[in-house]
Write a protein that binds this ligand. Structure first.
Ligand SMILES: *[C@@H]1O[C@H](CO)[C@@H](O)[C@H](O)[C@H]1NC(C)=O
Ligand SMILES: *[C@@H]1O[C@H](CO)[C@@H](O)[C@H](O)[C@H]1NC(C)=O
Length: 460
């Protein structure tokens, strides 16, 4: 049953912009509701890429600074040698209307000034806390001695640069509890290095830009789902709740309303009255709409989506190779910790390239029901502050004197079984062998080149 709050039900204006204004004023009239409201927490697993980290990782809620050790992590005979982490920024200030349809041109920026500071603050806190947990989990790698050797790379976007800085401040707190952190520019390891070719490879891939990003028909299934029966059901329900004609609403507006609910929760920890407009069945449909977009634009939908991340994939293995080489020569590892700050759009193509979260059937506009139990759920994979970590270990085998290097992958601080074996750890050589083709013959520059038009034929 819908729990329409009284402050919403007064709305009865027709034009969309007026509707928005009325809802905005009702929003500010409504008192901030309890954050733990069961109606909100019931929706929060379905916020897709706008999911809070703690919703994908509920174990963190009681104490987000306490270290959290996955029992599958290697120990005893294995010592961590290097950690390469890809980290998505925390919840940002939403970019004004960037993702919204043209019909929303008049939609007011409901998250204007009064929210900005708080938005950024929640993202900083996520990063600080992630730093504290990782530093406790891998004390030898994040030692004070290694601090000056931290390697930080980031996308040029403010939310990523800021995330890197907040992560460093978290580390500072770890080393110097109680002391206020210095400015990032004055820190020993210096400010993060910007590298968009690596962290925003999708902006530099001509083939991706032409065939997917700027291609009006590439997201066919997303558009078809917006006008399909599942969305129609929501439109009618919301129109009835708001007492407006169903023709005044469309899928884009519904998405904005759902995002508003998720932003208020993700950023301020408060319940927006918008959340009362939706029930769990609606949330599942809207989650699917979000996943469809990620699937066709960043995931398995088109091969180029993942192939455009080959350079990043190889960069990770180059770090691991170098650490092994140094270790074998008994030299100190020059970059024991490599931190790379990017986007959901950075992580999803890479995970797809590596074969993770692949469903047997593609996600389409027409198989919502069949995909109810799909693997590709972006809220589980890339919530805010999500992180994919490669840990390289040096292991001494008790029975043979042979030394080995092993790798584990962690997604959002949980061990991610390897795609090829489902094992929780792999010999480094086996992993490289499995990805041999990608390591040897996937070159972003070739992959991203547009097919050449052959002009040498008939018309000459
Ligand atoms: C746009 O996408 C459609 C569907 O995948 C494809 O058939 C078409 O060739 C693409 N257009 C361009 C310019 O790549
Ligand atoms: C262009 O077309 C001609 C004639 O069909 C063919 O012989 C030639 O190999 C093509 N060139 C390229 C670069 O594909």
């Amino acid at each position: 049953m819908l729990r329409g709050p009284q402050c919403l039900l007064k709305v009865s204006v027709a034009p969309v912009a007026a509707l928005a204004v009325a809802l905005l004023s009702s929003l500010s009239r409504c008192s901030l509701l309890e954050p733990d409201d069961p109606a909100v927490s019931a929706l929060s697993p379905y916020f897709g890429t706008k999911t809070r980290y703690e919703d994908a990782n509920p174990g963190l809620l009681p104490d987000p600074e306490a270290p959290r050790r996955d029992p599958e992590l290697l120990e005893d005979a294995c010592t961590p040698v290097q950690l390469v982490a890809l980290i998505r920024h925390g919840p940002p200030c939403p970019a004004g209307g960037r993702d919204l349809g043209a019909s929303l041109a008049d939609w007011p920026l409901w998250y204007a000034d009064w929210m900005d500071g708080q938005l950024v603050e929640k993202g900083r806190q996520d990063m600080r806390q992630l730093a504290l947990r990782l530093a406790s989990l891998f004390p030898a790698l994040f030692s004070l001695e290694n601090y000056g050797r931290l390697q930080l790379v980031t996308s040029s976007k403010h939310r990523c640069v800021d995330s890197g800085a907040a992560f460093l401040q978290g580390l500072w707190e770890h080393y110097h509890p109680g002391l206020p952190p210095p400015d990032v520019a004055d820190m020993e390891c210096g400010p993060p290095r910007i590298n968009d070719k690596l962290m925003r490879f999708f902006d530099h891939c001509e083939k991706f830009l032409t065939e997917v990003e700027k291609n009006a028909t590439a997201l066919y299934h997303v558009e078809a789902f917006k006008t399909g029966p599942e969305m129609q059901t929501i439109l009618k329900k919301v129109a009835a709740t708001l007492q407006v004609p169903v023709n005044n609403l469309n899928a884009d507006l519904i998405q904005v309303a759902f995002f508003t609910c998720s932003f208020d929760l993700a950023i301020k920890g408060v319940k927006s009255p918008w959340c009362d407009v939706f029930d769990i069945d609606d949330a599942k449909v809207l989650e699917y709409l979000n996943d469809l977009k990620q699937y066709w634009k960043r995931g398995y939908g088109y091969t180029i989506n993942s192939r455009s991340s080959c350079t990043l994939f190889q960069d990770i293995f180059q770090h691991l190779d170098k650490a092994i080489e140094q270790k074998q020569r008994s030299q100190p590892v020059s970059s024991p910790v490599v931190l790379q700050f990017g986007h959901a759009e950075t992580l999803l193509p890479l995970l797809s390239l590596m074969g993770y979260f692949k469903d047997k059937e593609p996600l389409t506009a027409y198989n919502y029901k069949e995909q109810m139990h799909r693997k590709f759920r972006s809220g589980h994979i890339v919530p805010y502050a999500s992180n994919l970590i490669f840990v390289l270990y040096h292991c001494k085998n008790a029975t043979t004197p042979k030394e080995e290097f092993r790798v584990q992958m962690l997604l959002n601080e949980k061990v991610l079984p390897l795609a090829h074996s489902q094992e929780t750890a792999s010999l480094y050589e086996d992993l490289k062998n499995h990805y041999r083709d990608l390591l040897q013959s996937c070159h972003t520059s070739d992959e991203c080149e547009l097919p050449k038009v052959n002009n040498t034929s008939d018309e000459l």
